[in-house]
Design a protein around this ligand. Structure first.
Ligand SMILES: [Zn+2]
Length: 342
């Protein structure tokens, strides 16, 4: 090892963690030449987006012609509405010159870094990153599947209602849960997150309502994905029992207070409960999430959890490609001013 090199390592060793990350990102770009990584990514996204041929993002017409270059990007013009667009118009990559910053940013997402820390690492402002994150998470939120298969575990968990980030409002203090049943201590200040997962890991994980979960909320969340072949497994809460009966579904309820957690060696809600505890632990790092953004965080968690929190090239690309197919028209203001509605 040369003297210069060992000195360099010593210097790096003394840097704060955020700066070490920047060194890492810099080296990574150097090792994998940036133009090719970002360029390839954009090419691939373009092909995913227009896999059925070009379509105008303004009017959906297919009469599209090439129309010169704009900021180094191929530009197109629609013969129907005369508007122009590029490969990235209305997508998460709109107005970014390269895909590289996005790769760094998604790496930070996988690592669960705060906005502030990620902004420093990526080298963009906090507001820009706030925007990027919400665009990406809104897109992730729209990822969906058709139907559950076989056994479906359903259980809910609660988060305290929070208006974090809203000026002039102080957060209320958490109340202690009492009693044996989690339902006994649930107040209307608590946000109910319903999680349903089948054994192929197809998962719904979203905010259901304020306070205890009720039958019609369960139906809103998962009704359209259930078929008569599904078997529901839940805890002993009566809303589930009534729901399963009305839907005519086979149903097993786990009564946690009699100590029996598995019925017939197969029916349990341990996968969903495991997901709940990983979810709580993961969300805790953000020290309170505004309720109106909770669904975004849930989609974020679900994605990284399903990839074992591994920030591999493949996973980063997959996240970007899947979000690229959804069109985004949100702005910073429309996101900030949005309200929490159930
Ligand atoms: Zn058009």
């Amino acid at each position: 090892m040369s003297k210069a090199f060992s000195n360099l390592l010593k210097h790096i060793d003394k840097l704060p963690h955020t700066e070490k990350e920047r060194v890492y990102q810099w080296v990574r770009r150097y090792v994998e030449p940036s133009s090719s990584v970002g360029g390839r990514l954009i090419k691939e996204m373009r092909e995913t987006r227009f896999k059925e041929g070009f379509e105008c993002p303004h009017c959906e017409s297919k009469h599209v012609v090439r129309f010169g270059n704009y900021n180094g990007r191929q530009r197109y013009r629609c013969k129907c509405c005369s508007k122009t667009f590029t490969d990235t118009t209305n997508t998460v990559l709109y107005r970014t010159r390269k895909g590289d910053e996005w790769i760094t940013f998604v790496d930070c997402l996988f690592k669960g870094y705060s906005l502030r820390k990620s902004a420093e690492i990526v080298g963009v402002t906090w507001v820009t990153l706030f925007n990027w994150r919400h665009k990406l998470l809104n897109a992730l939120k729209q990822m969906d599947f058709e139907q559950f298969e076989g056994i479906v575990e359903v259980d809910e968990t609660y988060f305290l209602y929070s208006q974090k980030g809203t000026r002039g409002i102080t957060e209320r203090k958490a109340r202690k849960r009492g009693g044996k049943s989690k339902h006994r201590g649930v107040s209307h200040e608590q946000v109910c997150v319903l999680v349903a997962r089948d054994r192929t890991k197809a998962t719904v994980s979203k905010v259901a309502c304020m306070g205890r979960v009720v039958k019609n909320k369960v139906d809103n969340m998962i009704g359209s994905k259930l078929t008569p072949d599904n078997v529901l497994v839940t805890d002993a809460w009566r809303a589930y029992k009534t729901y399963a009966k009305e839907k005519g579904l086979e149903h097993y309820s786990i009564k946690s207070n009699d100590g029996k957690h598995v019925i017939k060696g197969l029916y349990h809600i341990q996968n969903v409960n495991g997901l709940h505890s990983r979810m709580k632990q993961w969300i805790n790092r953000f020290k309170g999430v505004a309720t109106k953004y909770l669904d975004n965080y849930l989609a974020w968690f679900l994605f990284v959890d399903s990839r074992s929190n591994e920030s591999t090239k493949h996973n980063i690309k997959e996240l970007l490609l899947s979000s690229f197919v959804f069109e985004m028209t949100d702005t910073y203001d429309s996101l900030r001013l949005s309200k929490f509605l159930v």
